[in-house]
Write a protein that binds this ligand. Structure first.
Ligand SMILES: Cc1cc2nc3c(=O)[nH]c(=O)nc-3n(C[C@H](O)[C@H](O)[C@H](O)COP(=O)(O)O)c2cc1C
Length: 185
């Protein structure tokens, strides 16, 4: 039994079958615009996206994914890395909410993508040290959190069998496991 929710939420899922069709710049802009409107602690907006959509940049970004992700993500027209600023800009003190806020920005992006008929797929499976090095990211300033694929879903995309078998929306824990009213019993 599910509580009532907009179809937007269960309608978004993370496929591995992507078309190689490019994503127009204005469509891509609308996704990052959605991310930009995410709330953040002190309105710090710690999220930063490093994006590859040209063939030259994609060639640079693809080897930064682990092989299991490259097996399906290499075909996608957009790969990005999601970074969070480690410090508050004004005071220079550590921002312990940066990961939380950057997660909110990614989810806004993912939902906006879904609204536009695009799909997204987050990837923890990245060569993090190489991401810092190759993309010239200052590790004192930024935390690399995740990789992302953005593109048009394609159920007919060539996929390894393990990925083909997993190509379906995932289930969720029941609400009773996610929410507790009052203290932990
Ligand atoms: C932070 C994060 C890291 C993930 N890493 C990977 C990954 O490396 N490879 C992969 O195929 N999927 C990865 N996923 C996708 C999740 O497995 C997926 O979001 C989850 O199973 C829920 O499914 P859904 O997004 O289709 O609803 C990741 C998702 C998130 C949010």
């Amino acid at each position: 039994m599910h509580a009532d929710v907009s179809a937007l939420f269960p309608g978004r899922w993370s496929p591995r079958g992507f078309s190689d069709r490019p994503v127009d710049q204005d469509v891509l802009d609308s996704l990052f615009e959605a991310a930009r409107w995410a709330p953040s602690c002190f309105n710090e907006q710690p999220a930063r996206f490093l994006v590859a959509s040209s063939e030259a940049d994609l060639a640079l970004f693809r080897p930064l994914l682990v092989d299991g992700n490259r097996a399906w993500a290499d075909r996608a027209p957009v790969i990005a890395f999601v970074l969070a600023a480690r410090q508050f800009r004004k005071k220079g003190t550590p921002n312990r909410w940066a990961g939380f806020d950057t997660g909110a920005a990614w989810m806004s992006l993912a939902l906006q993508a879904s609204i536009r008929g695009l799909a997204t797929h987050a990837m923890g499976g990245i060569h993090t040290d190489q991401v810092y090095e190759t993309l010239r990211i200052d590790p004192e300033q930024w935390e690399v959190l995740c990789g992302l694929v953005i593109g048009w879903p394609d159920p007919d995309a060539p996929l390894p069998q393990w990925a083909r078998d997993a190509e379906a929306p995932n289930a969720r824990r029941p609400l009773s496991e996610v929410v507790t009213y009052g203290p932990i019993p």
